[in-house]
Design a binder for this molecule. Structure first.
Ligand SMILES: Nc1ncnc2c1ncn2[C@@H]1O[C@H](COP(=O)(O)OP(=O)(O)OP(=O)(O)O)[C@@H](O)[C@H]1O
Length: 590
């Protein structure tokens, strides 16, 4: 928590100090009021008191109340400003940190948890700071100050107040014993709800198609019930506090008046009794301030445990260093357009079995490498080593003759153009998606219309974009949901082609295309991007049979490496895949 509070800037720190000073002033003003009450009580007992005398003290009391009210408004204003400013900054820090994360760290936290941490957890901190300055700090200051004011009074009253405070403390301790552990669980339960909601929304069509609403409703209801029940339990336990506090404060007033009645009865007739009566009025006011102070302090216990858990969760994100770091300045490459794997082994976790084992191959400029293999054989994993979505566990990946780890982020991304299995389009227009980020082609300015149309033409996307009334300005919904799978895939391919990288990596990118488009796209790529090195992960033999090199993967190992003809002649795994898809004539013809 302190670590987050330390992120306050100088202005916020000054405002916090000023707020603290104003809270002292506010408490001072509030504690002055009972003195005037005592004065009025005394004046009322005096025979020669004029109304003007009472009015004067009364007006002073009103003045003190108004001044206290004004200070509380100023403190509220400052507190909100500090809380909103600080949390906005921390939110930005989390966002930038997460942007630097590799897939490994994202998987570690999970996306829903990162969303909760950036939203709900930060709201807890914001609430704590805002309430903390306005209310929570006032509690202890008020209680301690009020106690010092009454400690010199009649010991019978002081003892009564001490007993009341003791009961209060016991009550708080019991309540906190039951409530605090639950507060800590609530944040994890919100993660669960976010996770299930997210899964439901992204998989809505599948859920409906499989009549799985009941199953999903059950999943959601379970998580929702857990959270609701915990909230109800905590609410009930905390609910005891309010009536408990009223009981103690009313009981205390009663006890003070009761003992006061005996003390007044024992005192000498006349002024001594009047003085004692006015002292009792003042004492009751101060005792009430002590109780109110404790009441405010209880709020600490309501907010602090949850905020502490939230602060820990936020710090976990901020403290996590990305496992993949890029150098600031790239090396000068020795070659151009080459990719080489040297004895690469990769594991997703320290204890996991290798997803890739001893992978070695070299690809020269302009060559096409195809990777084929059963589902889960490691094809996507292999190509993700090149743009450093993951780092190798052993061995080396070389791009242009240099280790990928020796390139800065931008340079590596400019050399390697990676098209993921599921293309990601961002809300905006086709043009804004084509201009996404920076590359050697568009560092300071946007791509020209010609360059965009050219890329769309190669990616076989020109026809359908031309068919749209707004052409390049056609709106793209979040995630590209207003385009078909094949259209999204083609726009994704066009976006990378427009960057003109030295190496193009297609992760099963042709699977969403029909055979004809697939063939046309490969033909135009070979013709117009002959100098670009290409790596194609595919399931269809027809997509890869023209490749210069084909790697057959099985359980993370290379079990075949050669051309289509060579593999068809002497590789059993390849043969099996090939004959399961095409006839002998089709395979021989191509
Ligand atoms: N993020 C991950 N965390 C842990 N294991 C993973 C992760 N991604 C993949 N794996 C595992 O690594 C292995 C290889 O997966 P990979 O996605 O590379 O296969 P693939 O050949 O591309 O499969 P497909 O053709 O179905 O896309 C699989 O056993 C898979 O379970």
């Amino acid at each position: 928590m302190l670590k987050i509070l330390a992120k306050m800037n100088t202005k916020e720190k000054l405002l916090a100090i000023l707020s603290l000073a104003l809270i002292f002033l506010q408490v001072f003003l509030e504690l002055e009021i009972p003195d005037y009450m005592s004065e009025i009580t005394k004046l009322l007992q005096m025979p020669d008191t004029e109304t003007a005398d009472i009015l004067e003290s009364g007006l002073k009391m009103v003045g003190l109340s108004l001044a206290s009210f004004a200070t509380s408004i100023v403190v509220g204003y400052f507190a909100t400003k500090i809380a909103a400013g600080l949390t906005a900054r921390v939110r930005g820090e989390i966002f930038h940190k997460v942007m630097d994360y590799s897939a490994h760290e994202i998987n570690q936290f999970s996306v829903p948890s990162l969303v909760t941490r950036t939203t709900n957890d930060l709201t807890q901190i914001q609430m704590l700071i805002a309430m903390g300055l306005q209310v929570i700090l006032r509690g202890p200051i008020m209680s301690i100050w009020a106690i010092t004011k009454i400690s010199s009074q009649k010991w019978e009253w002081t003892l009564t107040t001490a007993v009341a405070v003791g009961i209060l403390l016991l009550m708080i301790a019991i309540v906190m014993f039951y409530a605090v552990p639950r507060f800590q669980k609530i944040q994890t339960m919100i993660d669960d709800i976010n996770g299930i909601t997210r899964e439901n929304l992204t998989g809505l069509r599948v859920i409906r198609a499989y009549n799985a609403e009941d199953y999903q409703n059950h999943q959601f209801a379970e998580a929702n019930d857990n959270l609701t029940n915990t909230n109800i339990f905590v609410g009930r336990v905390m609910g005891i506090m309010q009536p408990g506090m009223s009981l103690v404060s009313n009981g205390l007033t009663l006890a003070v008046y009761w003992t006061g009645a005996y003390l007044i009865a024992d005192a000498a007739q006349g002024m001594a009794q009047v003085n004692l009566f006015s002292q009792m009025i003042v004492f009751t006011s101060y005792a009430m301030q002590v109780i109110i102070g404790f009441l405010l302090m209880v709020m600490i216990f309501m907010i602090l445990p949850r905020a502490l858990v939230s602060a820990r969760r936020i710090n976990e994100v901020l403290d996590m260093d990305p496992s993949i770091n890029f150098v600031d300045e790239s090396v000068q490459p020795d070659e151009k357009g080459t990719i080489e794997f040297k004895d690469v082994t990769f594991k997703y976790g320290d204890d996991a079995k290798p997803a890739l084992k001893d992978i070695s191959f070299k690809l020269n400029k302009g060559e096409t490498l195809a990777i084929i293999g059963a589902t889960g054989s490691g094809k996507s994993t292999l190509i993700q080593m090149i743009p450093r979505l993951y780092d190798v566990s052993e061995g080396q990946v070389l791009v242009d003759g240099k280790n990928v780890k020796d390139f800065d982020h931008a340079s590596l991304n400019n050399i390697v153009g990676y098209i993921p299995q599921k293309p990601v389009l961002f809300s905006g227009t086709i043009r804004s998606n084509m201009n996404l980020g920076e590359s050697n082609q568009h560092q300071d300015a946007d791509l020209s219309d010609d360059a965009i149309w050219k890329a769309l033409e190669i990616a076989q996307a020109k026809d359908f974009v031309e068919g749209e009334p707004d052409q390049l300005e056609t709106k793209v919904a979040q995630g590209g949901s207003n385009f078909s799978g094949g259209q999204k895939q083609r726009l994704g391919i066009a976006r990378v082609i427009a960057r003109q990288p030295e190496v193009l990596i297609f992760d099963d990118s042709f699977s969403a295309l029909d055979y004809q488009t697939d063939k046309k796209l490969r033909g135009i790529l070979a013709e117009q991007m002959a100098d670009t090195t290409k790596i194609i992960v595919a399931q269809r033999i027809s997509t890869i049979m023209d490749a210069d090199q084909i790697i057959v993967l099985e359980r993370g190992e290379i079990v075949g490496h050669g051309t289509h003809k060579e593999l068809l002649a002497n590789n059993e795994v390849y043969k099996e895949i090939a004959y399961s898809q095409l006839s002998e004539e089709e395979l021989a013809n191509d």
